[in-house]
Design a binder for this molecule. Sequence first.
Ligand SMILES: C[S@@+](CC[C@H](N)C(=O)[O-])C[C@H]1O[C@@H](n2cnc3c(N)ncnc32)[C@H](O)[C@@H]1O
Length: 360
Amino acid sequence: MSEAKQQPTVGAIDVTGTATGDSAAGKSGENAPGHDGDYYFDSYGHYGIHMEMLKDAHRTTSYRDAIMMNSYMFKDKIVMDVGCGTGILSMFAAKAGAKHVLAVECSSIAHQAREIIKENGFEDKITVLHGKLEELTLPNGIEKVDIIISEWMGYFLLYESMLNTVLIARDKFGADDVKLLPDSANMYATAITDPHYVQDRFEIWNNVHGLDFSYFKRLSYIEPLIDSVDKKQVMSSTATMFSFQLNSVKEEDLAFNSEFKLTATRDDTVHAICVHFDTPFCAGHDVVILDTAPWSTTTHWRQTVFYLINPIQMNKGEVMHCKLNSKPNPDNHRDLDVRLRVDFDGLMQVSHFDQDFRVR
Ligand SMILES: C[S@@+](CC[C@H](N)C(=O)[O-])C[C@H]1O[C@@H](n2cnc3c(N)ncnc32)[C@H](O)[C@@H]1O
């Protein structure tokens, strides 16, 4: 990051010369804010992607409610918004009474965020710091932050690895009793049936004008599908696959192994394992839960669906044993390598297999 831009003095806080890299705006290449080698930040530079997120009502109102319903918690506090995008969460925090909000954003949307914040009259309360959180130094007058808010969740919760950035913010800038919003996360698995999709997207490759295209069938199984699952497709119990607290989790914990059981709730064929997540906001008196289950309000995360190479015929009450390993891909740390082990000994079928996936 290159030299910092001069910022005005805000209240008792002198924020002069602390925003990393802002003066690099407009440059390209290695020195530009957001250079990440994988064009990750470029994708957040246009307002179109932010419109999708802002329009996701359950997402945005969950954050709004978690902040506004617990406004007592924000009164006179220093808040950091990690990855502020358009500045929406920063403005909620300012409205809730925060003393000052540091809105950190690496992509060029930071410039527009600054304008929007100004047009909403919050320029004295919110400082947009354009740069990578990892390279940030706090403005003069701010030692630590009391609250960290961030919308870091990706598909399959952990895709994009933005949570790592929040953990760095927590460890570097958080006060000893820093509050995180959200403060925990849970991933869940359930078995679903989906014969039409399997026919349409996998079986079709077996015979293309009399030719064997099953090479593509094998490829298609590797990438899980991000889609809205109809709750009627759900045919098993729901298992908690992975849970963590944001105030204690470490980056290395996010490569996880999970063992879980799914019990069939009716006689049907399992075509896929559907994964969803929730993120409770429990830091204040009023708890809010952002939930992405198939039976909840649809969000832009929808669900992540892992189709099985061997569909499984289950009778009601039978149990499928699963093991799932998820870890960042060694070549692209934002992608996830997932290995699923299925063990099933049923009346109609016996199935034991491993299957590899890549979330990207
Ligand atoms: C999912 S968006 C959320 C935007 C906004 N907070 C909202 O709720 O609408 C995440 C934002 O974090 C930014 N971001 C991701 N990693 C970052 C990092 N390491 N440093 C600064 N910004 C980052 C992205 O550019 C993106 O704008």
